[in-house]
Design a binder for this molecule. Structure first.
Ligand code: ZN
Length: 208
């Protein structure tokens, strides 16, 4: 979640940018209907600095952003760097480690703290709020506890005890297999695409 920014990208659905050569890439298969991945997960820069700790999904402002898995909203706020932000807690994985997903730069937030959301439920709209966004995209992160019970929830320390993982390693259909939400059920630590795919629907909305 730092500022490795890309320029204005005109990438269509079904496309994903390659990983840079210094990163351990996960081979990515994109459904033709999935909005583009405009930036991949880059845990470290070539000089060893923290890189880009999520994926960027590019689409038009106002496109529905949907919950990547069922859970409870733990953060819903605006701040200047990342703009409108939502965080969803998905409970514990099979090893007892808590998982959460993060949604940044939203144009609008449509979920409040404490709200329980189903997989695929609309939680906001894609946008470019925040100083770290230069074009309309969703910055999406996947966090898992480093060990059971490690998460710190105090003040702004909502991320402590968690480590960012490449979202491409955690899709419902398997690593690298980007999975559009189509009403499927799956373990809560496995994710479906956080932006609605063309021709799909979500509880409470109809896709463009
Ligand atoms: Zn990003």
């Amino acid at each position: 979640m730092s500022a490795v920014l890309t320029g204005c990208l005109a990438r269509g659905p079904g496309t994903a940018v390659p990983y840079p050569p210094h990163v351990a890439a996960i081979p990515v298969t994109m459904p033709a209907t999935a909005p583009a991945i405009a930036q991949q997960f880059i845990p470290l820069t070539p000089t060893g600095q923290p890189g880009h700790m999520g994926i960027d999904v590019a689409d038009a402002t106002g496109t529905p952003v949907i919950a990547a898995a069922p859970g409870v909203v733990t953060i819903s706020l605006y701040e200047p760097a990342y703009g409108n932000r939502i965080v969803i807690d998905h409970g514990k994985d099979s090893t007892g480690r808590r998982v959460q997903t993060l949604y940044f730069h939203l144009a609008a937030r449509q979920a409040e703290v404490g709200q329980r959301v189903a997989r695929g439920a609309p939680i906001g709209t894609l946008g470019e709020t925040g100083l770290l966004s230069s074009y309309p995209h969703l910055h999406f992160e996947y966090h898992r506890e480093v060990e059971p019970g490690a998460r710190v929830r105090s003040g702004n320390n909502w991320w402590q005890g968690m480590v960012q993982e490449d979202p491409n390693g955690n899709w419902v259909d398997g690593p690298g297999r980007v999975t559009c939400y189509r009403g499927q059920s799956a373990p809560a630590d496995k994710i479906t695409y956080p932006v609605v795919c063309r021709g799909s629907s979500s509880p409470g909305l109809t896709a463009p």
